[in-house]
Design a protein around this ligand. Structure first.
Ligand SMILES: NC(=O)c1ccc[n+]([C@@H]2O[C@H](COP(=O)([O-])OP(=O)(O)OC[C@H]3O[C@@H](n4cnc5c(N)ncnc54)[C@H](O)[C@@H]3O)[C@@H](O)[C@H]2O)c1
Length: 324
């Protein structure tokens, strides 16, 4: 980025820019003609996801930085973004159980660092990536859950993502910093790796394309609300302009069991091995789905991509990524 901006709008800063959702968001913002600054410490992210943005270079600047680094404030001061999408996080649930201090350090202190930089530099809106994993097990009759649902978190990851939400409210109260939180269901799509949340789609696709055995944990009847990354990115774009002070659930309201997912992907990839069944994962939620009517009402957001076409796009990307 060359100091002089081609467009009147202030730039947009994305933390976690080299990650799965963050990189899709960066590419979308650039397609919309925005100037974008990407921040990522590359702890799990991959610059390859940002290759088209880095090649062009005129509207995109990448800074390899930990959001907890004191240099973040100077970076925000230098670029003066109008909006910060805060997606950088420790997203590995099992790692959060093994090392809850590290998890809280990144997810709580990292979020506070972003909010501090935002309020000091007059950022107009922070959009925060929250997680349905922050909430415990809903009763089947409560599904799909809406924004009033709030069972205690089952993991330190859930707890840290949730604590960060309170800081959004505190910064709104103390400094008038406007923020919107998007509580995401299980996101899937291009650029997703096998680590982190919602990785079952990426794991099955990776194993099936490699002809390797797949393991289903438990009986496979556990279900998830699988939402396509492009739809999620659309919600971030919408939340940059609407919904200040609100929290929205983002998902399809539909439940797909792990067994169903396995069958659809096996069919699409021509995979013929039978899955093996391993022990159920301790602490895993049995069923999950979210009611996104509030996001539809206030943000005009709808999940537009069917599971079939989202999986086809994900598979096409995975095939290309394997052949590179
Ligand atoms: N993938 C999902 O299904 C899902 C569901 C709910 C919420 N979320 C949330 O969405 C956000 C993005 O998740 P994702 O799936 O893209 O994960 P991801 O791991 O692909 O992306 C996170 C990115 O943050 C970076 N990062 C981690 N710690 C950092 C730090 N201290 N400073 C700077 N960068 C750092 C990583 O390198 C990575 O690129 C996270 O906040 C996550 O909690 C994801």
């Amino acid at each position: 980025m060359n100091g002089v901006r081609a467009r009147g709008d202030r730039p947009v800063l994305v933390t976690g820019a080299a990650g799965f959702i963050g990189s899709n968001l960066v590419l979308r913002l650039l397609r919309d003609g925005r100037d974008v600054i990407g921040v990522d410490d590359l702890s799990t992210g991959d610059l390859a996801h940002l290759a088209p943005a880095l090649e062009d270079g005129s509207s995109f600047a990448f800074e390899r930085l930990d959001v907890r680094d004191p240099q973040l404030a100077a970076l925000v001061e230098r670029h003066r973004p109008g909006v910060i999408h805060h997606l950088a996080a420790q997203v590995d649930v099992r790692r959060s159980v093994e090392d809850p201090l590290h998890d809280a350090d990144v997810n709580v202190l990292g979020t506070i660092a972003v909010l501090e930089a935002a309020r000091r530099c007059g950022v107009e809106r922070v959009v925060y990536a929250s997680s349905i994993g922050s909430y415990g097990e809903p009763a089947e009759a409560e599904l799909p859950v809406d924004e009033s649902f709030g069972a205690p978190a089952l993991s330190p990851y859930g707890a840290s993502k949730r604590v960060a939400l309170d800081y959004l409210d505190t910064y709104a109260h103390l400094y008038g910093l406007a923020s919107t939180a998007l509580t995401l269901a299980n996101v899937y799509g291009p650029h997703q790796t096998t680590a982190g949340e919602g990785g079952v789609v990426a794991t099955f696709i990776g194993r099936m394309l490699a002809g390797e055995p797949c393991t289903i944990h438990g009986d496979g009847e556990q279900s998830r609300d699988l939402v396509f990354v492009e739809d999620v990115v659309e919600a971030f774009v919408a939340a940059a302009g609407d919904g200040a002070g609100k929290r929205y659930l983002i998902g399809t309201g539909r439940r797909t069991s792990v067994n169903q997912l396995f069958e659809v992907l096996a069919e699409a990839t021509g995979y013929e091995l039978e899955p093996s069944h391993g022990p159920a994962r301790a602490g895993e939620i049995r069923h999950s789905s979210v009611d996104a009517r509030a996001a539809a009402r206030d943000l005009g957001w709808h999940p537009r991509t069917s599971l079939e076409s989202g999986l086809a796009a994900t598979l096409a990307w995975a095939r290309t990524a394997r052949s590179v």
